[in-house]
Design a protein around this ligand. Structure first.
Ligand code: CUA
Length: 316
């Protein structure tokens, strides 16, 4: 789901309510102005004098003057009321719950790297483009950028927040309904800006804890000759230069961490569904799907590709 109209966190609720008030009051003002304009265009007031201009009586003139001043005052009052309301919403969004789950989110051209913080470094996990969070628990997303300015925006959960190189910003939300919420980079960041999506998967606490525990495990060892060969291909072809798989010597952090890649629903930051055909196509020629991506074309043999994908599919 990717919709501002279905808020699923208290933070998104206050933003949506503010928006509906602004829409309602703004719409009513527009309607009143249009009706007044039509009325003024049709009303016949005053007499045309010898000079060719319209002349109104003293009392009509004062009535018109009062109307204009009154409308000006009402406008200022409405704008000030919205200013105060807007500040109060900003204040509500800036509340920092103490016991938040903290996720470090780094924007890259053009994907998202998510690291779950933990005081115990061995319990930290890193994943990409799909972020699991527990329902009902405050989540702090710490936003950084590895290259250019990106924008974090998951409309169901909160407003937009930019990721600025060299600066850490933060956003908080508490998902109150389980579901999968689509997010989108909201700041133009180059050729594949539109293909920079992410998913927030809000699930009940027990399910989330199970996911977290599974994510902390290293990748399963290959169990047959095909997947063993696939692992070898991964480690000796170019893959390991950029990607890491926990439990293997591959520890590079240029591209997404692939330790549990098979458990993700999409690849290439929401660009392709995660299935065998897409994985193969993506590995062979990423530029065909996402021109400009840092991942280069592959030169591996079909048998190597088959084995590599068979191995990647075991990384649940
Ligand atoms: Cu990243 Cu637009």
């Amino acid at each position: 789901m990717h919709s501002f109209f279905h808020p699923t966190s208290p933070q998104a609720h206050v933003v949506t309510t503010l928006w509906w008030w602004m829409f309602g009051v703004g719409g009513a003002v527009w309607l009143i102005v249009v009706i007044a304009m039509l009325y003024a265009a049709r009303a016949h007031r005053g007499e045309r004098g010898d000079d060719g201009l319209l002349h109104v009586s003293e009392s009509t003139y004062h009535a018109m003057e009062r109307t204009v001043i009154g409308a000006g005052v009402v406008t200022v009052v409405i704008l000030l009321a919205f200013l105060a309301y807007d500040f109060s919403v900003g204040e509500a969004l800036a509340q920092h719950p103490d016991r938040a789950l903290t996720i470090d989110l780094t924007g890259h051209q053009w994907w998202w790297e998510a690291t779950y913080e933990d005081p115990d470094p061995s319990k930290r996990i890193t994943t990409a483009n799909e972020i699991h969070v527990p329902v009902g628990r405050p989540v702090q997303i710490k936003l950084r950028s590895a290259d250019v300015i990106h924008g974090f925006w998951v409309p169901n959960l909160n407003g937009k927040r930019d990721l600025i190189p060299g600066y850490v910003s933060s956003q908080w939300f508490t998902a109150d309904t389980a579901g999968t919420y689509r997010g989108q980079c909201a700041e133009f960041c180059g050729l594949q800006h539109a293909n920079m999506a992410l998913y927030i998967i809000a699930e009940p606490a027990a399910k989330f804890d199970a996911w977290l525990a599974a994510s902390r495990t290293t990748a399963p060892l290959p169990t047959n000759s095909a997947t063993r060969f696939g692992e070898q291909v991964f480690l000796t072809a170019n893959c390991a230069v950029c990607h890491s798989i926990a439990g293997t010597p591959a520890m590079a952090t240029v591209g997404p961490n692939l330790t549990h890649v098979a458990s993700r629903r999409s690849i290439a930051a929401g660009t392709l569904a995660n299935n065998r055909a897409n994985l193969m196509g993506w590995i062979v020629d990423p530029q065909a799907f996402k021109p400009g991506t840092l991942m280069p074309k592959s030169t591996m043999q079909p048998a190597e590709l088959q084995a590599l994908v068979a191995y990647l599919e075991t990384l649940k």
